[in-house]
Design a protein around this ligand. Structure first.
Ligand SMILES: Cc1cc2nc3c(=O)[nH]c(=O)nc-3n(C[C@H](O)[C@H](O)[C@H](O)COP(=O)(O)OP(=O)(O)OC[C@H]3O[C@@H](n4cnc5c(N)ncnc54)[C@H](O)[C@@H]3O)c2cc1C
Length: 344
């Protein structure tokens, strides 16, 4: 029962992926290839993990077969590729509890409970939790206007067209947002509390050239507006203040990452941060696999390309865990039925 006495929402799937980062999304595709019903849960409201949250507009140069692909485009392509198998996405909910459901007729099933009380009953779990649940560092001013003009990242550039935008921060994300928004917004102002920026030198140079207004040694102290952001008060180090019109504020102050509840799932951890896996990407608990940035083994390299390979291994081994008579090798995709026209 939930707190208000209602029955919790219950999903039943073959496989649950915990984390909708690039690795979890590719895992959803592979689960479909294996004929498994699949759910993907993520605490963030948007899929794409670190890519969506931290660098959607950056070109990525080391994805196999793509000399250059923007983060946003990579995530869209992963969603289209997985979409042919209709995965169930459960976004904005953290997977909090993992419990075994003992079975007398086969391997144990698993029950994962999310932060809203939803229960997911599944035969196997692949943890693709990356660097953990990441929480944006809050802007000290105006939290009550979150979602009403104030945001921590920019899911859709179109929402910023013809608006006055204030971007707060001095790192790569803040500078990237300025560069992405400057061509479409009415005005873009970057406010940073120091003189020097932490972002890559070439990015900082591009920001200085792009025509955005830059205010350094200053902080956003107040967001003004009735139910939505209308103006922003900026205070300089010398105590002087100025008020800028702004319908959108992007607080790009970084994220705090934490493995969170997964720590209590009894899978063996390394340094209390990463999950130890074997060559099947199996954790110390039968039926629980892991892939991507969250895993650790000797020689581990934390890259998207590596995570893609790991999750293909994890899902194929999970398929054998679910059906010990199944082949580990999934066959070649070139031998499979053509992709439906909508996503081809
Ligand atoms: C600025 C920057 C640039 C980068 N550039 C590159 C690059 O050029 N090439 C490259 O290969 N890599 C790059 N990386 C690294 C790359 O982004 C990561 O390797 C990749 O995102 C890992 O993918 P993942 O799916 O394993 O994890 P993540 O992307 O971290 O996704 C994990 C997801 O799991 C969710 N999650 C965690 N715990 C839970 C829970 N309990 N319940 C629900 N959801 C949960 C999180 O919210 C998150 O969305 C870069 C990283 C950064 C920050």
């Amino acid at each position: 029962m939930t707190e208000n006495g209602a029955q919790p929402q219950r999903e039943v799937v073959d496989l649950l992926l915990v984390g909708a980062g690039p690795v979890g999304l590719y895992g959803a595709y592979y689960a479909g290839v294996r004929g498994l019903s699949v759910a993907v849960v993520d605490s963030l409201p948007e899929p794409g993990g670190q890519v969506t949250a931290m660098y959607p507009e950056k070109p990525i140069y080391d994805i196999a077969g793509f000399p250059s692909v923007r983060g946003r485009e990579l995530v869209e392509n992963l969603l289209a590729q997985a979409g042919q198998y209709d995965p169930l996405y459960i976004l904005g909910e953290q997977a909090t509890k993992l419990e075994a459901l003992p079975s007398s007729s086969g391997p144990d099933r698993w029950q994962v409970t999310t932060s809203t009380g939803r229960v997911i009953d599944c035969g196997a779990v692949v943890i693709t939790g990356g660097i953990g649940t990441f929480t944006p560092r809050p802007l000290p001013a105006g939290e009550e206007l979150l979602g009403k003009g104030l945001s921590y990242f920019v899911p859709s550039l179109a929402d910023y067209a013809d608006t006055d935008v204030v971007v707060v921060g001095g790192g790569d994300s803040a500078c990237d947002w300025v560069l992405a928004l400057q061509p479409i917004a009415r005005s873009v102002t970057l406010v940073h509390r120091r003189k020097a920026f932490r972002a890559h030198a070439a990015t900082v140079e591009a920001v200085h050239r792009c025509g955005a207004r830059i205010i350094t040694d200053a902080q956003v102290t107040v967001l003004h507006g009735e139910g939505k952001v209308e103006k922003v008060e900026v205070q300089a180090k010398d105590g002087s203040t100025q008020v800028l019109p702004a319908q959108r504020v992007v607080a790009a102050l970084g994220f705090l990452a934490d493995l969170g509840p997964i720590r209590d799932w009894n899978v063996e951890l390394h340094d209390n941060r990463h999950i130890v896996v074997d060559s099947r990407m199996a954790t110390s608990v039968p039926g629980i696999f892991a892939a991507g940035d969250v895993t650790d083994y000797s020689g581990k390299v934390r890259l998207i390309a590596v995570g893609f390979g790991e999750v293909a291994t994890a899902v194929n081994n999970a398929a054998v865990h679910l059906d010990p008579d199944a082949m580990l090798f999934p066959g070649h995709s070139t031998d499979q039925a053509p992709v439906p026209a909508a996503v081809a």
